[in-house]
Design a protein around this ligand. Structure first.
Ligand code: BGC
Length: 254
């Protein structure tokens, strides 16, 4: 498949356990090929992961633009942090890396929560594109995206806010819920404390909550007690892939 349809771009979401990708129609915010997943190689070095991205893209015979999310800060297309991925990502020029593996084409690499936030603002609930919005993704870590009327301020790392002698994500990520065997109610209490801290500091109008756990939002969102509206992500865990495709099609290069 080639680049003849300007609405098509391939989105890839790199996570700690899986690398997922699909071709996306960015005019509709829909995946047009079945989402494929390859286990994240271990160690998850940049070259090993980029090789898996190449396999996903080639499996669809796609030679057009590719947007890629990473669970890290990406500033000027260089990865600056690596909280839940291999440390060798720090300082990696991701344009150079993915161009080497995917060949010359449009490539954008951005933070995973930023991609999810962009996708929700464009294709999710109306509230996601209205006013000051904080998107949070709960998974291995806690990802964050700040949006004002749908426009992104990239690379906020609110999961690393100091809390309880540690950090917000070490206290209330969805991994912590599993590792400590917390009930949804117990976990929601922790999430509420984290979100209250965010309210004190940022006062968003609306929270969008996503990540894998957004599928089960009815089990924990009702326990949250905040002034703000808390809206479960509409695109569920497809938001990263769709946001990545959207970012590359719009020429965004954080
Ligand atoms: C990383 C963020 C990422 C989040 C969700 C955090 O540990 O620092 O960059 O967005 O996890 O994957």
């Amino acid at each position: 498949m080639s680049e003849t349809n300007p609405n098509l771009a391939f989105g890839v979401d790199i996570g700690g356990s899986g690398v997922k990708g699909a071709l996306v129609d960015v005019s509709k915010g829909e995946q047009v090929t079945e989402r494929k997943r390859i286990a994240t190689p271990q160690p998850a070095t940049p070259d090993a992961v980029a090789e898996v991205v190449r396999q996903l893209v080639e499996a669809e015979g796609w030679d057009g633009p590719v947007g890629i999310t990473v669970p890290a800060v990406v500033r000027e297309q260089v990865t600056r942090t690596a909280a839940n991925i291999d440390q060798t990502w720090i300082g990696t020029d991701v344009q150079e890396l993915f161009t080497r593996h995917l060949g010359g084409r449009d490539i954008t690499v951005l933070n995973d929560a930023d991609a999810a936030g962009m996708a929700e603002a464009r294709f999710g609930d109306d509230k996601a594109r209205t006013g000051a919005v904080m998107m949070l993704t709960f998974g291995t870590g806690i990802g964050s995206a700040l949006l004002m009327d749908g426009n992104l301020y990239p690379n906020t790392e609110l999961g690393h806010l100091k809390m309880k002698g540690s950090s917000a994500e070490k206290y209330a990520s969805s991994k912590v819920r599993e590792d400590e065997g917390l009930s949804y109610k117990q976990w929601a209490k922790r999430v509420n404390k984290v979100m209250q801290r965010y309210v004190e500091l940022f006062n968003p109008q609306t929270f969008i909550v996503g990540g894998g756990i957004s599928r089960k939002s009815d089990k924990w969102v009702p326990y949250l007690d905040l002034e703000q509206d808390v809206v479960p992500a509409q695109l569920r865990n497809e938001a990263g892939i769709i946001g990545a495709a959207l970012a590359v099609s719009e020429g965004l290069r954080p």
